[in-house]
Design a protein around this ligand. Structure first.
Ligand code: CMX
Length: 457
């Protein structure tokens, strides 16, 4: 064939067969700490997720399973099976200990950021100062507003989000300091300024995308006397609903960080390791978050639930729901919101959202459906026999809460996840520059090299 694509189409089946043969012959042979087979199949999930490869103190995940418990407990002697800990604290602990807004009962994400950066629980005054600082930094350059205003409303909100965040690099303090010849030991200072600017500007970006894409009118301005989540809610048009503001405080807190190795956090770290500034690093991280196996799953869950509701009605029987779940699997699709690369139990971020729903919207029909699905999916995934973790993750619940308060534009959900995940990535980038984290550069091998290396062994 003369066309490149046609030639490639001929080569792919041959290479699939070649890889199969190499795996059959050498797959069980050890190559450094892994088996050859794992390089092709499982290194990225089952092996890499257990291989100590990264340092990040902000949060640590206890998988809650027996096979990793032995290894994990030796590193974390007091860790039970509860999933995420932010600087050693579980979600119920941070809910109890972090400062709240006046009259509020959910933690302020400002406090979580302080905790991620310092390992300390901040005072009410420290948190109020962060709210003021972020409000003061919140404006975005006019040219970034214009970029967003020129995006077609059909461009996915996550693509718009990553465009705008990347463009903020125009005013990066780190990029400028680097050009001016800053010494390595001082990197963390301008990185800190960029990290603060990044977080501060996200509400204006998210709000503008929301209003542009869904024709929701003009953005109000930031209120310097209000906390971050209140301002974000107001920019989205929900500032008058105290329950929604509380939901955002919880949402941003629990989505902020999930160890250093998940796709978005790790992308931010990897790109930052080239000394790309925090805006470039986080723009890249957002593109990872936009994948359906990662942050986009919260959109996918809602689409899946809506389809189920339209097919089965508001009050489906368990039998009908089971059949629907099986039909998803039989169609070769994943059940969105279930499974995890590291966790081996119900995600405590799911549980925190469920508790919020029990308190604020116990009779919501879709919340009831989510609960019904929770009782059915794990057994089905176990019976299907592939997923290592049949339990729900954070994305199985978030969309239902947002929908309840009227934010029912599903394609926007991952943007909120992205506002929150910036807290963890920003904290990590500051520490990476402070500690002089190295350039990340894993070694790759060709199949031909593997064949040569193991021939006759
Ligand atoms: N539904 C159907 N099949 C699933 C499944 C699910 N929810 N979860 C895992 N599997 C399948 C995998 O697709 C894989 O199949 P193949 O062997 O055919 O490739 C097999 O089970 C083994 O996968 P695993 O080791 O259990 O899971 P991974 O570490 O490879 O992937 C994850 C983890 C999250 C991508 C996967 O569980 C998944 O696709 N879940 C649905 C999407 C989702 O909810 N993602 C959000 C995760 C949280 C977040 O990052 O926001």
């Amino acid at each position: 064939p003369v066309s490149l694509k046609d030639r490639l189409a001929e080569l792919i089946p041959k290479e699939i067969e070649n890889v199969k043969a190499v795996r059959a012959e050498h797959g069980k042979k050890a190559f450094g700490p892994v088996l050859v087979d794992q390089l092709y199949g499982q290194v990225l999930t089952s092996v890499l997720s257990r291989l100590p490869a990264l340092i990040w103190d902000g949060s640590v995940l206890d998988p809650g399973s027996s096979f990793t418990r032995l290894f994990f407990l030796s590193a974390h002697p007091r860790s039970p099976e509860e999933g995420i800990r932010f600087r050693g604290k579980t979600i119920p602990e941070i809910q109890a200990e972090l400062p709240k807004a006046p009259g509020g009962s959910e933690p302020l994400p400002e406090g979580l950021f302080w905790l991620l950066v310092t390992g300390e629980i901040p005072t009410q005054e420290q948190v109020a100062e962060l709210s003021r600082d972020w409000a003061a930094r919140a404006a975005i350059p006019e040219f970034v507003e214009e970029i967003l205003d020129r995006c077609p409303p059909t461009l996915h909100p996550m693509s718009q989000f990553s465009l705008a965040v990347t463009a903020l690099n125009h005013n990066s303090a780190f990029a400028k300091a680097y050009q001016d010849g800053i010494s390595k030991k001082d990197y963390w200072g301008p990185t800190f300024e960029d990290a603060m600017d990044l977080i501060a500007k996200l509400p204006n970006i998210a709000g503008r995308i929301y209003r542009n894409v869904f024709a929701k009118g003009k953005l109000p301005s930031i209120d310097a006397s209000k906390d971050y989540s209140h301002n974000l809610a107001a920019l989205l048009g929900f500032g008058d609903d105290p329950a929604f503001v509380e939901l955002l405080r919880l949402y941003i807190t629990i989505h902020s960080d999930h160890e250093g190795g998940n796709v978005s956090a790790h992308t931010g770290k990897l790109v930052g390791s080239a000394l790309s500034d925090p805006f470039l690093a986080y723009g890249a991280a957002l593109n990872g978050l936009a994948g359906p196996l990662h942050g986009l799953a919260n959109q996918e869950v809602l689409i899946w639930l809506r389809k189920m509701q339209s097919k089965l009605g508001d009050d489906p029987s368990d039998e009908a729901v089971k059949e629907y779940i099986w039909s998803t699997l039989k169609a070769g699709q994943v059940v969105p919101g279930y499974g995890h690369a590291v966790l081996r139990k119900t995600d405590p971020r799911y549980t925190a959202q469920r508790e919020f729903a029990l308190k604020h919207l116990p009779d919501d029909k879709m919340f009831k459906l989510v609960g019904q699905i929770y009782n059915l999916v794990p057994d089905i995934l176990l019976e299907a026999g592939k997923a290592k973790n049949p339990w729900p993750n954070v994305d199985a619940h978030s969309g239902v809460l947002l929908t309840h308060y009227g934010l029912d534009q599903m394609s926007f959900y991952t943007v909120l996840f992205g506002v929150s995940r910036a807290f963890g990535v920003a904290a990590q980038l500051i520490w990476d520059r402070a500690l002089g984290a190295p350039l990340e550069r894993p070694k790759s091998y060709s199949t031909a090299a593997i064949q040569k290396m193991f021939a006759g062994k």
